[in-house]
Ligand binder design. Structure first.
Ligand code: ADP
Ligand code: MG
Ligand code: MG
Length: 254
């Protein structure tokens, strides 16, 4: 089982002028095996939602709840969230100078499983995951994300997704900055993850392009810190044709 439930989530961020409310009551349920796309204009709070689920310290939950299979996610540390089965691929993956990809992956896997992976199978698994996203396996010896191209960073996120195999994956603009070949490779990685059948995916994106390769079950339009519209995959087609104007203007006049 893997059900992520977000209820009336309000989140503020600390700014130099004091706290500013970014999320203004988000309700979302991701059941086992479902892929949900969140689509919205820049600045609408999509990344804030992703960071809030992952437990980034900069974001303060002022009210609402997030549960995974009934367990209170907001009461968990960042590590506990990962061990519970939550994974976040960040929009802007951080560089970690001095830590190799190989060590980073092994440390993350060990933290999640509670024991170090068996060395022989692990090396095979890492190489296999890298090869499937067409990452040169020599990159395992390089520092995490340091000097990686945008596409290499996103492929590395997919390698993590495959190796860590969470229950619910939050993918924040995993498509941004990718050329068409990289977009297909990354999408195939997400689809392999989905093929397990019981995994949940929250796919955050500004553009409809990736939804041609990863078919969502539900689409949510995110505007000004809340969900303004919900529907099936056809909603993405409508957004592609009409853009976000209708929703942004509706919010402004309300
Ligand atoms: P999106 O991912 O939809 O583009 P974000 O969640 O990144 O939106 O940002 C939503 C709003 O919150 C923006 O106005 C942004 O400037 C503001 N914001 C997000 N994080 C911070 C922060 N750490 N400090 C100040 N403002 C922030
Ligand atoms: Mg509310
Ligand atoms: Mg964002």
């Amino acid at each position: 089982m893997a059900t992520l439930v977000i209820r009336d989530l309000h989140v503020s961020v600390d700014t130099e002028h004091g706290p500013k409310e970014i999320l203004k009551g988000v309700d979302l349920t991701i059941n086992e095996g479902e892929t949900h796309a969140i689509m919205g204009p820049n600045g609408s709070g999509k990344s804030t939602l992703a960071y809030s689920i992952a437990g980034h310290p900069k974001y303060t939950i002022t009210s609402g709840s997030v549960t995974l299979d009934g367990d209170d996610v907001l009461a968990m540390s960042v590590d506990e969230r990962a061990r519970a089965g939550l994974f976040l691929a960040m929009q802007y993956p951080v560089e970690v100078p001095g830590v190799s990809v190989a060590n980073f992956l092994r440390t993350a896997k060990t933290a999640i499983d509670g024991e170090a992976p068996k060395l022989r199978t692990w090396i095979k698994d890492v190489n296999g995951a890298m090869e499937r996203v067409k990452m040169d396996t020599t990159m395992a010896q390089r520092s995490v994300n340091e000097g990686f191209s945008g596409g290499e960073k996103k492929r590395h996120e997919i390698v993590q997704l495959e190796l860590l195999n969470p229950k619910v994956a939050v993918l924040d603009e995993t498509d941004s900055g990718l050329d068409i070949d990289a977009l297909k490779i990354v999408s195939e990685g997400v689809n392999r993850f989905r093929e397990q059948g019981d995994r949940g995916v929250l796919l955050i994106t500004h553009y409809t392009r990736i939804l041609r390769y990863i078919k969502p079950d539900f689409v949510h339009v995110f505007v000004d810190g809340r969900i303004a519209e919900e529907g099936g995959p056809e909603l993405a087609d409508q957004l592609e044709a009409e853009g976000y104007d209708k929703y942004v203007n509706a919010g402004a006049s309300a």
